[in-house]
Unconditional design. Structure first.
Length: 257
């Protein structure tokens, strides 16, 4: 399975999954149809599925036009997003599986950013290969999504599921927010040497207009404060009394950053 990253809008990414052997494709969170259609033409592939993570317009804006072009494809989304995702036909819950070509993904229910958010995890196809996590706006490189419809407790529970995945997992998150996220992280985690190294690498990459996505989950576990709510240094920095309060205060600080 090949993954093509398509930059759209101001800072969104659409991910197009391609099985060249079967000349088929699927797309994760198509904000717009045009870039997807152009890539499909370039690849000579037929679109068979849309995998939506949540209902926000910058993730589903291309659904209707893509369905017009490929009326036989299937639109997947979370069960609790019923009525909010254009063209949705399959309503997924925690533990469900979806298939693309010869690959299969596990569905995680990860509310917090929205009440219905889901993520898709493709485990490695072979030993020593990497898995692929399509997490929408739940986990970002260096950050996490705002809590528009959920609570800090929900988001910690959701991120805990993703944190348990193997370090050698590519994190395909839907926005290029990494540099600003790491600027915030350095403000409250100044003594993290891994974070300083990562920030220098990301700053250099962005100066060359290079994408920072995908990230690696192992890197996130070491440098992303929103996966480290149980770190005693971050608890002290936020003057919190427990893990949930640490996360909530970090999220509040980031909202004002």
């Amino acid at each position: 399975m090949q993954v093509h990253r398509l930059p759209v809008l101001s800072d969104n990414y659409i991910f197009l999954l391609h099985d060249p052997g079967q000349t088929i494709a699927a797309v994760v969170d198509p904000a717009e149809a045009g870039p997807v259609l152009r890539k499909l033409e370039e690849l000579g592939a037929t679109l068979v599925a849309i995998f939506n993570t949540h209902h926000h317009a910058d993730h589903v804006g291309g659904n209707a036009k893509l369905l017009q072009r490929f009326p036989d494809m299937v639109v997947y989304g979370g069960a609790k997003d019923r009525g909010r995702i254009p063209g949705q036909q399959v309503f997924l819950q925690e533990g469900d599986r979806v298939s693309f070509g010869d690959r299969s993904a596990e569905v995680f229910f990860v509310p917090g950013h929205t009440r219905a958010h889901i993520a898709y995890y493709f485990a490695p196809a072979h030993p020593n290969e990497m898995g692929d996590l399509f997490c929408g706006d739940t986990l970002f490189a260096g950050g996490c999504g705002r809590l528009f419809e959920g609570t800090p407790t929900q988001m910690v529970n959701s991120l805990s599921k993703l944190r348990r995945l193997p370090d050698q997992t590519r994190v395909w998150c839907a926005h290029e927010y990494t540099l600003k996220n790491l600027q915030f992280a350095l403000m409250i985690d100044r003594d993290n040497a891994n974070l300083h190294r990562r920030f220098a690498e990301v700053r250099a990459a962005r100066s060359r207009s290079e994408a920072t996505i995908p990230s690696m989950l192992g890197v996130e576990k070491r440098t992303n404060p929103f996966l480290r709510w149980d770190d005693l240094g971050l608890r002290a920095a936020t003057k919190a009394e427990n893990d949930i309060q640490t996360f909530a205060r970090l999220r509040g600080m980031k909202d004002r950053f």
